[in-house]
Design a protein around this ligand. Structure first.
Ligand code: GLC
Length: 622
């Protein structure tokens, strides 16, 4: 991040470099000494009303109107959200859905009026959200998820990546990973336990851009860590007092030393989900939170040498965090980037400075969706076009813009591409298309409306058609197909963890179930998700909730897989809860934005005539 950036973030950026620590005192003397000397570096998160496990949750439909107003860039007057979410239940906010979860302990209504409202709702006829007895597997999953919770100074702040009692070599699986926590957060949010998510969001914000270096080089300001760990260290010279410190890892300790590009994007996506489900919009409007969003955006939107609207990243900068040949413009990052831009646009408080930022976001969103929809999409027709491409075209209106040699079409694809449906390829670079199918990128492109609705349907239809390749014995293949032989040797650097059909190289990752469920719900195909969940439910508990599965059909537990992997557990719970409360999917999804299509049409009109613009528009919406 450049301090003189047009977004005027210099002062804010400085404020974002904050060590995150709190003191734990082991004696009264030390306590009083510390009270005098220590200023609280960390802002206390006010949690005036601890929320009991399993309660009625106000899911604010008013969130939709709030976000629409923000999207259109109006200077919105924000609906005042009471600090106590129970006030929302009492009906002091315009609309809300009521969701009842198993194990709910009724929340004491704040007023008599609220009691009356609650009583009426309780008498309403049974609906799809009626309480259901949890299965044994779900009960076990909840117990394990709670076991994975870590606390910082007595407050829950996240979940460790894995809590495997049989594994002696923890590596960094005892850390709270930003991306891994997302499904945990969603499970807790949907159960009404919002405190842990709020704490997580605020603590990771404190860690953003903390000065850490790899061999004298600092990561860009705005970078969120891949993970953090809570350490207890002695307080200065005082042997009686200790302090707890949050220790982030920006990739400087990670295997391969890769900066996690996805962390900041996930943080923004989760922030929006938290605010939408709780109605606590005051959180997103806090100055430090607004600064956090702008720093992430600033890092992503800064100018570089790249000609594409997609984000240029190194290999391993996302869920696939080892060398797998995804450097360049991998789909997963582009889908998360698009989603984070859409979420930020809803959350940014409008003023003169953010007006420029909003313009930059809108421009990028149009260009990005145009680029992905046009150039990443493949189906039978498109593959056939590529097959007949002319090469070495030098001009503005070349058909084969990226100079793709048809010989690149892999032999597996020729037989694999179905008549119906299609997908977004994994990566696009000059003279290179990575034709592998990457699940997370495709699913999140559906969830965020990066694809057209027709493309979204096409992706689900392909997954259905290729069920035995992508789901088989365990949902879901991280990518298809695996790289083998020389390709594996050259591209992974002979990585023994990423052998063919294992781990990132064609392994099956049950955590991806929640993203699949979300995409299915969005596209009105919950039955597909239900089928996949049934496959997973049969095995996960018996297999001790593995991190991943191996082999072409996902039959074996992964060679080096952890047991009791938290995002496997949370992904399963989140999938089940989403299916039962499909209206909650909207805290994560974005709808097709018709205004953006105008920008999209402009991109098209640069290369087509004015008269074809209407035709282009109908193609996009279709
Ligand atoms: C592995 C995965 C990564 C995950 C981490 C913790 O490194 O590749 O995506 O975040 O484990 O579970």
């Amino acid at each position: 991040m450049n301090g003189q950036s047009p977004m005027g973030l210099a002062a804010a950026a400085a404020a974002a470099v904050r060590p995150c620590r709190r003191r734990l005192l082991s004696s009264a003397t030390a306590a009083s000494a510390a009270r005098i000397t220590s200023t609280s570096l960390f802002p206390r998160c006010p949690h005036p009303h601890r929320q009991p496990h399993g309660r009625r949750l106000p899911f604010l439909a008013s969130a939709a109107s709030h976000s629409q107003a923000s999207q259109s860039g109006q200077n919105i007057s924000v609906t005042p959200v009471p600090a106590d979410p129970r006030a929302a239940v009492s009906g002091s906010l315009p609309f809300f859905d009521r969701v009842l979860f198993p194990d709910t302990s009724p929340l004491a209504p704040a007023t008599e009026e609220a009691a009356a409202t609650a009583a009426t709702a309780d008498e309403e006829p049974a609906s799809a959200t009626e309480a259901r007895e949890e299965t044994e597997t779900e009960r076990e999953a909840w117990r394990l998820l709670r076991r994975a919770v870590v606390s910082y100074c007595g407050e829950p702040v996240g979940t460790v990546a894995a809590e495997d009692p049989e594994c002696t070599e923890t590596l960094n699986y005892d850390q709270v990973f930003i991306r891994d926590f997302v499904p945990s957060a969603l499970a807790f949010l949907m159960r009404g336990e919002t405190e842990i998510v709020r704490n997580f969001l605020l603590h990771t914000l404190q860690l953003q851009s903390w000065e850490k270096t790899v061999d004298c080089y600092s990561p860009g300001q705005g970078l969120m860590p891949a993970s953090f760990k809570i350490r207890t260290v002695p307080l200065d010279d005082n042997k009686e007092a200790f302090e707890e410190v949050l220790d982030p890892d920006f990739g400087e300790s990670a295997i391969g030393r890769v900066a996690p590009v996805d962390s900041g994007l996930w943080w923004i996506i989760l922030l929006r989900a938290y605010c939408k489900i709780t109605g606590d919009y005051a959180l997103q409007e806090r100055v430090d939170v607004q600064t956090g969003i702008k720093l992430v955006l600033s890092l992503c939107l800064s100018d570089g040498f790249d000609m594409f609207p997609t984000l240029l990243v190194t290999d391993g900068s996302c869920m696939i965090d080892r060398r797998m040949g995804i450097h360049g413009h991998p789909l997963e990052i582009q889908a998360l980037f698009y989603s984070a831009l859409r979420c930020s646009r809803e959350m940014l408080v409008m003023n003169d400075v953010s007006k420029n930022l909003l313009r930059a976001i809108n421009n990028r969103l149009s260009a990005l969706s145009f680029h992905i929809r046009e150039y990443y999409w493949v189906d039978m027709k498109k593959i056939n076009e590529i097959y007949r491409y002319k090469t070495e075209e030098y001009s503005h209106d070349a058909t084969n813009k990226f100079n793709i040699y048809p010989e690149q079409i892999p032999s597996w694809l020729v037989d694999w591409i179905p008549e119906k449906g299609g997908y977004l390829i994994g990566n696009l670079q000059p003279a290179h298309m990575d034709f592998r199918f990457f699940s997370l990128g495709n699913l999140w492109a559906i969830v965020s409306s990066l694809t057209t609705p027709k493309q979204a349907e096409g992706i689900l239809s392909l997954i259905e058609e290729k069920w035995d390749d992508l789901i088989a014995n365990m949902p879901l293949k991280i990518c298809y197909p695996a790289m083998e032989d020389d390709e594996w040797r050259i591209i992974t650097g002979s990585d023994p963890k990423n052998t063919p059909w294992s781990y990132h190289n064609g392994g099956s990752w049950p955590t991806l179930l929640w993203q699949f469920t979300l995409a299915c719900i969005k596209m009105g195909r919950p039955e597909l998700a239900r089928r996949a969940i049934a496959v997973a439910e049969e095995r996960l508990a018996a297999d001790k909730w593995p991190e991943y599965y191996d082999t072409r059909s996902g039959r074996f537990t992964g060679k080096q897989s952890r047991s009791y992997q938290t995002w496997t557990i949370a992904g399963f719970l989140t999938s089940k809860m989403l299916l039962e409360n499909p209206e909650l999917a909207s805290i994560l999804t974005c709808d097709e934005d018709l205004e953006l299509l105008e920008g999209y049409a402009c991109c098209l009109s640069k290369k087509r005539t004015r008269s074809s613009r209407r035709a282009a528009n109908s193609h996009i919406v279709g």
